[in-house]
Design a protein around this ligand. Structure first.
Ligand SMILES: NC(=O)c1ccc[n+]([C@@H]2O[C@H](COP(=O)([O-])OP(=O)(O)OC[C@H]3O[C@@H](n4cnc5c(N)ncnc54)[C@H](O)[C@@H]3O)[C@@H](O)[C@H]2O)c1
Length: 254
């Protein structure tokens, strides 16, 4: 680890959504930076693969097969950590439907996973950090969708906007105890969530997204993991209540 401020040796990080995409990349990078990583996800097989990736690289990983919409499961998993320095609340789902076709159950499900799931992770992490008077860093996963509207993105955008508000509010409440809370709002990242399951459609969408970026490319999960590592580590010791936008220079392409 060449830069000490990014060294997480001796620290413990909890990552939700660790079985896939951005959450997996975060779990692997935080472990590479020295943290013991607790990964949580609904997908037991994906979680196991992430833990294997970490262990193969010499890191330490624990897994928690859970649903982030279940507060009790989240509490028990978080409380099982001997210490907690970092919470990365990454788990989320995509949903797309026009406003006029959006059903109550769509909104309820997206809010349950993308907002309440993040809220529970934040609450349980902050409680543990406060109880142990240890300080810490909480990183939430928002989206470029918070910066503008987009067709079909009502439920998703509302939930992510709520995540931003949670982040800013919690940051004001726990800052004096040495706990920082920041959000990451990624642009288009190549993960199973953005997989169009058709090579032609995928290439077309990615080309469209890449053209919107001054960098001329879409993002990779590792691009977001590095943003999360920055916010998780002492390198961002004077940063709280902020939204970091790793989006290739474009907020949203609409
Ligand atoms: N991929 C993108 O372009 C993009 C852009 C902006 C924001 N994001 C956000 O980044 C986060 C990760 O997305 P991704 O692209 O890596 O998607 P992904 O589908 O690859 O990973 C999401 C993970 O969350 C898990 N998950 C879903 N519901 C869960 C639940 N109820 N309990 C526990 N785990 C659950 C899934 O099993 C999966 O492992 C999400 O919050 C997403 O909204 C993604």
């Amino acid at each position: 680890m060449p830069v000490k401020a990014y060294d997480l040796t001796g620290r413990t990080a909890f990552v939700t959504g660790a079985a896939s995409g951005i959450g997996r990349a975060c779990a692997v990078l935080l472990a590479e930076a020295g943290a013991t990583v607790h990964g949580a996800d609904l997908d037991a097989r994906g979680l196991h693969e992430t833990a294997t990736l970490i262990k193969d690289r010499g890191g330490t990983a624990r897994t928690h097969h859970l649903d982030v919409t279940d507060r009790t499961e989240v509490r028990q998993a978080v409380e099982s950590c001997e210490r907690l320095d970092v919470m990365a609340a990454v788990a989320g789902i995509m949903h797309s439907s026009p406003v006029l076709e959006t059903r109550d159950e769509d909104l309820d499900r997206v809010l349950a996973v993308n907002f309440k799931g993040v809220l529970y992770a934040c609450q349980e992490a902050a409680r543990l950090m406060l109880a142990r008077d240890s300080g810490g860093s909480i990183v939430t996963m928002a989206s470029g969708a918070v910066d503008t509207g987009g067709p079909g993105l009502l439920c998703y955008g509302v939930a992510k906007a709520a995540v931003v508000q949670l982040t800013k509010t919690l940051a004001t409440e726990v800052g004096r105890y040495g706990i920082r809370v920041n959000a990451v709002a990624p642009g288009w990242i190549r993960t199973p969530m953005t997989d169009r399951h058709d090579a032609g459609a995928q290439a077309h969408t990615e080309a469209l997204m890449a053209r919107m970026s001054p960098l001329g490319r879409v993002g990779e999960p590792e691009d977001i993991a590095h943003a999360v590592l920055h916010l998780a580590s002492d390198a961002s010791a004077f940063t709280t209540g902020q939204i970091l936008r790793p989006n290739g220079g474009v907020a949203m392409p609409w």
